[in-house]
Structure formats: C-alpha cells, structure tokens
Design a protein around this ligand. Structure first.
Ligand SMILES: C[S@@+](CC[C@H](N)C(=O)[O-])C[C@H]1O[C@@H](n2cnc3c(N)ncnc32)[C@H](O)[C@@H]1O
Length: 434
C-alpha cells in the first residue's frame, strides 16, 4: 500500500471507532479481515496512524477547527509526526486510494504557526474535559505538560529475568534490536521504535522463549522493586492477574521463600502458569480462588508483604492505550475506588504484625492514590505509611535522583511519563505496627 492509501485506511478505521464506539483493536482487526491483501507492514503503519491520532485527538481537532476523523488524522500528521503542509498535501492528492485533496480551510489550518495558547488545558494536554479538575489537583499548572507526555508513544520496555540471565547477557542476545539499559530499573532494557516501524516480535526472540526477558514497562518494574521483596519472605500477590509483578517479585527473591499469587478473576490468572514455567520460577503457589471465596483464610496474619496491584482506571497507561483515555467514565472511576478499598481491607487481614502492604496503581488520580491510602489509614489505625524517601532506598545510588523525579507525598510516590519516562505508577508502602 502507498503511504496515501494507508492514510485513507486509518481515516476509515478511526471513523469506525468513533461511529460504533468500539475499541481500536477491534476496529483494526476487522479492517484487516476485510482487507486481506494488506501486509503486516501496512497493518502496523495503519495502526500507528490510528493510535497516534487517538493520542492527539483533541489538540489535532483544535488545530484543524473540526473533529472529523479526517481532520484528526491530518492534524496529528502536522502536530505529532511533524509533517509540513506540503508533505500532507502530497499524501492527499485525490488519486485512487488516496484521501481527497485538501480544502482551502484545511490548508490554512495546517499552515498556521504553533503553538496555540488559546486551547483549554484539556485540549492542549489531550485528556477528557471531565478529568481536568482531578488532574489540576495532582499536577496544578503542569497538567498540560503531563498530558502531553502521556500523548506520546511509549517505547518497548523489557525486564531481564535475573533467574535466567544478567542484563548484559540479555542485551547482547537482543543486540539486533539495539536495546539500551533503562534509567531506573537495574534490570530494565528499552527498545525505541519509530512511528512507521513495526514493533519487533519480542515473543519470538530466543531470549524471550528461554525466559531471559519479559515485556514490562519500567514503571511496573520499579513498582515491583519498591516492594523490596527479600529472599525467604512470605509474600501474597493479591491482584496477580497475568503475573507481571509476580514474576518480578520471584526474581527479586531469587526463587527463595514463598509467593502466593491470586486474583478475584481466575480467567485473568490463567496465563500465569505458562509464564512462571518459562521464567523458571519455583517459589510461586498459584491460588485459583474457589467460588465465592478468595481461598486465603489460612494465610491470615502471616504475610511479610502483601502486594495490592489494584484494579484502577489505568489513566497512567494512556501512552500504551490511547483509546482507553476517551472511554474512561466517572462511573468506572467510582467502581474502581470501591474495589480498591475492598482489596486493601482484605490485605490488612493477611499481613503479619510488622509486615507491609504495598499498594500500586497505574492511575494518575488522587482519588485512587493518596486519598485511597489516607482512607485506609483512617479505617486501620494500626498501620502507617512509610515515607517515600525510605521506600526509594532499595534503588541504591539511583534513589536520590528518583526521588527528585517523582511526585512524592506523605503517603506515596507517583511516577509519570514526564517525570520518570515510564508509564504512570503510584506506589505506597503501608506498614502494620509490630
Ligand atoms: C492491575 S491488574 C493486575 C495486574 C498484574 N498484577 C500484573 O502485574 O500483570 C488488577 C487485578 O485486580 C483484580 N482484582 C479486582 N478486584 C479484586 C479483589 N477484590 N481481589 C483480588 N483481585 C482483584 C482484577 O481482576 C485484576 O486482574
């Protein structure tokens, strides 16, 4: 397909997403099924255009003066990809499979100089209007800059599984992908890909198949590191899901001690078994919950560490899930807040005296982060928040720079793409009195 035909396809897919209010992955999949002639490079390029357009949906529409899928795609090419008006004009030449030629209004909008200071914060920062107050509460005037950083593509981050390889060995094995060490996680590698490039099939790499690396955002790696799980400890991963953090905890514990991994939803837990095996993890007992219970009553008051990687709005992962940004609703936030309190209260019963709960979200919102921890501490006077400076000590010589980078409060700390170059993760360590 020509670049112009790819652009036409992206406009078509975006129109489908908007008209039927469906997830981008579904719309892209359907487009692929209906256009079997398109190769994998075409599909990746079209997906890249669609996701970039979703990332910049409001600012691109504002630039163009209209919010049609075509306008959003054209505005994104100008704002995000840095294409000049002549290059965009060339793509829209009206030939077969190419978008229609530019109108005079489109030409004028594309030629306008940047930046447009008249845009409201949520437009300039590309986030939903209804979240402006909540983001202002956390970031103040920085919310636009934080939103912009969340509207960029994320790199591919890998966690080296130290049960199977050191970072240098894994880096050498993946040399053809040019991975670089990540700044904060001592076991992280980062692969940066251009906007037009296909994501490398990391799953097919021998290093991946041998369990030497896992795909995991550096923020998620750091959140697991801050839990400071030590060899020999008794650990409960209460919201283990597919096991991303379970695997990181097991490596930090050098396979010694015991991790009990569970999740309210046993379907989410299902992939963990194959992942544990591939990674050579031997200290995890998966507790699939029996109907109507969590199957953890024998562990009450026993855990050194309970990790609560809580269900949340996922507002911190907008770089990777740009269409989720436009689908989050006040109702889903309220539901997550209630679930978080339930899980935290269960964690309080499982941790031993002197043990700790590590509360993690991939949310930016204070309601899910500091407020949630403050509410927990009110309900449970026998617990206290560990100061972030103490929590960060596990990062060794990186600790002080990390503390400077994050947004720290009395209850916990927040990483963000703008501050730490990671997805946004909130981490609070809460200790039970001994
Ligand atoms: C953020 S995801 C976990 C991701 C996972 N830890 C990882 O690193 O791949 C949150 C999980 O919490 C689970 N969950 C929600 N409510 C729960 C509850 N009351 N008890 C246990 N798990 C719960 C959800 O099913 C979901 O899998």
């Amino acid at each position: 397909m020509t670049p112009a035909a790819r652009l036409s396809a992206a406009i078509e897919v975006l129109a489908d997403i908007e008209a039927r209010r469906r997830p981008a992955t579904d719309a892209l999949k359907d487009w692929g099924l209906a256009h079997r002639f398109a190769g994998s490079g075409d599909r990746a390029a079209i997906a890249g255009l669609v996701y970039d357009a979703l990332r910049r949906k409001l600012s691109a529409a504002h630039r163009m003066g209209e919010a049609t899928p075509r306008a959003v795609l054209l505005g994104m090419l100008r704002l995000d990809r840095g294409l000049d008006p002549a290059a965009i004009e060339k793509l829209c030449d009206g030939s077969r499979f190419a978008p229609d030629p530019l109108t005079p209004a489109e030409r004028a909008a594309l030629a306008r100089g940047e930046p447009d200071d008249a845009a409201p914060s949520h437009v300039a920062g590309d986030y939903p209007d209804w979240l402006d107050g909540a983001l202002a509460r956390v970031f103040g005037d920085d919310r636009v800059a934080e939103g912009r950083a969340l509207a960029h593509r994320a790199p591919i981050d890998l966690r080296v599984n130290t049960l199977a390889a050191g970072r240098d060995k894994a880096m050498a094995a993946l040399g053809h992908l040019a991975p670089k060490p990540t700044p904060w996680s001592p076991v992280g590698l980062r692969i940066t890909i251009g906007p037009e490039a296909k994501s490398p099939p990391v799953h097919a790499e021998p290093a991946f198949i041998k369990g030497q690396v896992e795909i995991q955002d550096e923020g998620s790696q750091v959140a697991a590191l801050l839990a400071a799980a030590k060899p020999g400890e008794q650990v409960i991963d209460l919201c283990a899901g597919g096991g991303g953090k379970t695997l990181a905890l097991a490596a930090a514990m050098a396979n010694k001690g015991q991790i009990y991994a569970t999740d309210l939803d046993k379907r989410r837990l299902a992939p963990i078994h194959a992942r544990l095996e591939r990674a050579g993890v031997r200290n995890v007992q998966v507790r699939t919950p029996p109907p109507g219970a969590d199957g953890l009553d024998d562990l009450v008051d026993r855990a050194d560490l309970v990790l609560v990687d809580a269900p949340c709005t996922g507002t911190g992962t907008w770089r990777r899930n740009p269409d989720a940004k436009w689908r989050v609703r006040p109702g889903s936030l309220a539901m997550r807040i209630a679930q978080q309190a339930t899980v935290l209260d269960r964690a309080a019963t499982l941790v031993r005296p002197g043990g700790r709960i590590v509360y993690v979200t991939c949310s930016l919102l204070a309601d899910e982060n500091a407020d949630q921890v403050a509410g927990f501490l009110k309900r449970h006077p026998g617990f206290a928040a560990v100061p972030p400076a103490e929590t960060a000590e596990v990062l060794g010589e990186q600790a002080s720079a990390f503390l400077d980078a994050v947004l720290a409060g009395p209850e916990g700390l927040l990483m963000t793409p703008r501050r730490t170059g990671t997805d946004a993760f909130y981490v609070a360590v809460i200790r039970r009195a001994g």
